[in-house]
Design a protein around this ligand. Structure first.
Ligand code: 8YV
Length: 321
């Protein structure tokens, strides 16, 4: 904790490590407690919990009901990231605690990663890189990939990120199909709406997941959807690991019921299914879709704007509840 701050500076609880530059900014303005460094978190919360007014967290670290309930003076949960499925929003609402996230600023980079994964799996980019590094080029042929341009991209969830993916995919002359809770009135007329994910999967060459995580989308992609995607279809996930029944995905890949997968997110991060490590037709990323200097800085600035706005003027920029 920064003891040079006035005793009246609001006290914050950081649930887990955040970007070092962001943590330094927080330390310069708030009296920050670091929960993950506590030897006995329960005792720590009993001692410091009553003075804590804000929780600083991220999509990764979240905020449970148990934590929210252990902080009687809590006013807000301020999260780094757009997804808030790891935050118990209902528990916050019940206590009239606000929740903020960082939407908008990361859409472009997440969409870039989605396209990178589509190209990587279909054109075998990571596998080709491994082939060259292993010194196999002089003596072996690498073989062919699958064309991406002009194919069908089925987007599950045409929110802001989904739209940015669609625009990029359209620039590759891809046909855009999508599911959403309802057709998007502002979507280009050429984008075709499917009311059913099975129908979408059956018509797609690439099934692109861009829905929020949480109970409503849990295991939305199950064995039947993968079966509908079929042996020529690729699954791309830049959303949340929970959207896919990961055991069903591993099974579909082992039995070649889909062509391959590009995954930035997993059901039990940071654990990834060992069976996937052996497969050349999958590309696995450690949840880096928003991970650029520019975007992470913009996310940090938005989170700070929410925190400062709340504690200085009771106003925030991007409120979930
Ligand atoms: C972050 C994300 O990496 O914004 C999100 O929902 O998943 C990512 O941008 C994550 O929030 C940090 O834990």
């Amino acid at each position: 904790m920064n003891h040079s701050l006035p005793a009246t500076a609001p006290q914050l609880l950081m649930v887990g490590p955040l970007l070092p530059e962001l943590a330094a900014e927080l330390d310069s303005r708030y009296r920050v407690h670091r929960l993950w460094e506590a030897a006995d978190p329960a005792a720590f919360l009993r001692e410091h919990g009553p003075a804590i007014r804000g929780v600083a967290t991220s999509g990764r670290h979240g905020a449970t009901r148990e934590l929210i309930d252990a902080l009687p003076a809590l006013e807000g949960v301020f999260s780094f990231g757009v997804g808030y499925d790891s935050i118990d929003v209902a528990a916050a609402q019940a206590r009239r605690v606000i929740v903020t996230n960082t939407p908008g600023v990361l859409d472009a980079c997440v969409a870039d990663t989605a396209l990178a994964l589509m190209l990587a799996v279909s054109r075998r980019i990571a596998e080709a890189d491994r082939f060259v590094r292993a010194g196999r080029w002089p003596t072996e042929g690498f073989g062919l990939g699958t064309r991406m341009s002009g194919k069908r991209c089925g987007i599950v969830g045409l929110g802001n990120i989904g739209l940015q993916i669609a625009r990029r995919a359209a620039a590759f002359d891809m046909e855009i199909l999508y599911t959403n809770r309802k057709p998007r009135a502002d979507a280009p007329a050429a984008y075709r709406y499917c009311s059913d994910i099975l129908d979408l999967a059956a018509q797609s060459d690439f099934l692109m997941l861009a829905v929020p995580g949480g109970g409503a989308t849990r295991h939305m992609v199950n064995a039947a959807v993968l079966e509908a995607l079929g042996p020529q279809g690729w699954l791309i996930n830049i959303a949340r690991g929970t959207v896919v029944d990961e055991a069903a995905l591993v099974d579909a890949l082992i039995n070649q019921r889909i062509a391959g997968a590009g995954l930035d997110v997993f059901e039990h991060e940071p654990a990834t299914p060992p069976a996937l490590h052996e497969m050349d037709n999958v590309v696995l990323l450690p949840h880096i879709a928003s991970g650029t200097h520019e975007t992470r800085r913009a996310m940090a600035e938005l989170m700070l704007a929410n925190l400062d706005g709340w504690f200085q003027e009771s106003q925030v920029r991007t409120r979930v509840v």
